[in-house]
Write a protein that binds this ligand. Sequence first.
Ligand SMILES: NC(=O)c1ccc[n+]([C@@H]2O[C@H](COP(=O)([O-])OP(=O)(O)OC[C@H]3O[C@@H](n4cnc5c(N)ncnc54)[C@H](O)[C@@H]3O)[C@@H](O)[C@H]2O)c1
Length: 666
Amino acid sequence: MTFQDHIKQGIPSELPSKKTYEKAINHAPKRMDILSKEEKELAIRNALRYFDKKHHNILAKEFAEELKEYGRIYMYRFRPDYKFYARPINEYPGNSIQAKAIMHMIQNNLDVAVAQHPHELITYGGNGAVFQNWAQYLLTMKYLSEMNDEQTLIMYSGHPMGLFPSNTNAPRVVVTNGMMIPNYSKQNDWEKFNALGVTQYGQMTAGSYMYIGPQGIVHGTTITVLNAGRKIAKNGEPLAGKLFLTSGLGGMSGAQPKAGNIAGCITVCAEVNPKITEIRLSQGWIDEKITDLNELAVRVKRAKENKEVVSIAFLGNIVEVWEKLAEENVYVDLGSDQTSLHNPWAGGYYPAGISFEESNVMMVENPELFKEKVKESLRRQVAAINKHTAKGTYFFDYGNAFLLEASRAGADVMAINGIDFKYPSYVQDIMGPMCFDYGFGPFRWVCTSANPIDLEKTDKIACEVLEEIRKNSPEEIQQQMIDNIQWIKGAQENKLVVGSQARILYADAEGRMKIAEAFNNAIKNGEISAPIVLGRDHHDVSGTDSPYRETSNIYDGSKFTADMAIQNVIGDSFRGATWVSIHNGGGVGWGEVINGGFGMVLDGSLEAEKRLKSMLFWDVNNGIARRNWARNEGAVFAIKRAMEVEPNLKVTLPNLVDDSILNDLF
Ligand SMILES: NC(=O)c1ccc[n+]([C@@H]2O[C@H](COP(=O)([O-])OP(=O)(O)OC[C@H]3O[C@@H](n4cnc5c(N)ncnc54)[C@H](O)[C@@H]3O)[C@@H](O)[C@H]2O)c1
């Protein structure tokens, strides 16, 4: 059977043979055994809905076994044998170019070279799912191969509800992930309802098919490390010889060492998982691996003396590194953490003092004790970090809920007022005021030809567009423009592609619209050989309401609301997005954030040009308008500029209040 026939077949009518559990693959940890007997029966009944009755006998037993063994029903037997990767768009069957582009994106998210736990359909972040099970994947791909441009595929947390009549201007796919009644949105609710098979954690770009490998995050991380470096520079000196200590070599965190190299510092990144460390080493994303703490201290001292630009992975626990470097009096210039604390009890954070293997067993067999160990470890980690910051280390939270979980564990992270944390988040200090408030965010594109030559052409086009824009850019955004031009110039050389032919580039509304328009023209005149998918990380100006991350620099009290993210996805969907998604969870955890995104297919047509202008303008300026209303200076500046360019835009501006007016009122 050809690949196309497989896709068109959907769920096979005859059972494929059972799969062996491939040990060499990085598998999801066993999930919590949280369902009652009745709920387990319900989970089996739910899973069997996808299959003909004649198979129920065999599958019921098999799924019960999976539930027992892995805590979830993945339906491993149905995982197709063909290779998963972003194939050239014309290799996908179907009637709709837009739908084929979406298949290209889905397969990229499940590519073994890209996905964290490909067999459990997890792309990144430990639990960032594209689908809950293989039946959902098969059925979704079948629908995409059948649909036309007057239909919309409706996705409920990985489950394809079906194709519904719509119109050519409507999105081809509408995705919701993990949308819960607010009172049922606690961490254990995810465990329960995900085990039942009725919801999933879509992370940000996993469940929205927009993940492009660690590159997506290298750029943002480079910007963060560079700007953190500028913050600590006493006389504008570069980062050479300075030490950046952090943790995690996973889906996103794995970008840190590469970003450190691009930014020009010494990076030490601790990682407890040997498999992941090996992968990053073999990919060239880290330069060296060290397994012994004494050796690490010696190596770091030498790197500092020689002002080396080097990235070192320490295979072990981050807590021990903070402690060891304090003991050895090694000065850490920049510090952060990227363990997956949005998922603290199920493998996101490995406590110090217990081996990796022991932890994996304990979190399932003795979850209460494991919880205690995590909390104890967080308190220890913070105590060590505090020793460093007392000497001047600049520590920032990397949006992984480190400070939040550390505070919940009783660690010494609260500011004197007892409300704020004593350390800033990277969005509060860096990303928010320097990027998001001006509309700069992680714009991205994917060449569906899967041809690196097309990507090279797009890099060149994007660079030319930015250089042109820069000539007339105001002083306020000059540094941004310079950093982004430098990034795109070095992108080819830095060999950032893992998976699809994709590029990330921070740009503001003007940049995104002009780059997209230039791409559309290049497709129209044949310079670029196939459609391009535009998108972005949800971690952006407008897409995400997350009080401790994307919206942590909103100070009018509205950071606990989620109107912006919801407005954004609604607005994108009627302004021409090819697909839209809205998620609960993502980055900082289930119940802690609402985030959304879009995908837009450019095919060189006039309709695509109209859509990109309308949608990208809204997609950025919605967030700037809200940030402006929160009195953020950069955003007030940016929205006034946007109104000058677009007379149809009329945004409410805030009146600032003198402090003295508030004296003696209460
Ligand atoms: N990179 C970014 O720009 C960015 C932005 C926002 C948030 N984040 C957050 O960063 C976190 C990491 O994301 P990810 O995709 O890399 O997740 P991930 O789960 O793929 O990687 C985290 C890694 O940390 C390791 N780890 C856990 N505890 C450890 C410990 N005590 N010591 C050493 N290593 C340990 C794990 O083995 C894992 O490989 C997430 O919470 C994510 O939301 C990242």
